[in-house]
Design a protein. Sequence first.
Length: 155
Amino acid sequence: MKHNIRRFTNMIFYFGLFSFLFFGIWEWMQSPFFTYISEDFNKIVFFTIHCTFSDILILFSIVALLCIFKREIAWIFHPRKMDYILITSMGLFYTLLSEYINVQLLQRWRYTNLMPIVPGLRIGLTPILQWLLLPSIILLVTKDHLKAIGNESQQ
């Protein structure tokens, strides 16, 4: 029982750590593409941290939904191709909806001229690429790290 609890807490810790690192670096790198944070260094830091934690919350929510749907949490130690597809699809759906609402409807943020815009959607490319790439990378890195430290689930 203690071993299972330690395995689970390690999985949560490393999934959160790698999420923070990957999302944080991505958010920092894409900050020049957004007008509301490109003027002032303090704003860049604030919004980068805010957006990083928002991304982590979104990803953890998606993983939690999959755990509920699958009725298990051990799948994260051995994700299948469909798990990667579901996480990516759900993250991408959320991003498309969020970017549309926040950029087009509510105008909470805008893009600079540096942001490539997806034709027809009028949504920036970097948030889309973020959710196409990072969730699967984070899941894969977490899985591989847990395996390397001998913390993977035995199935």
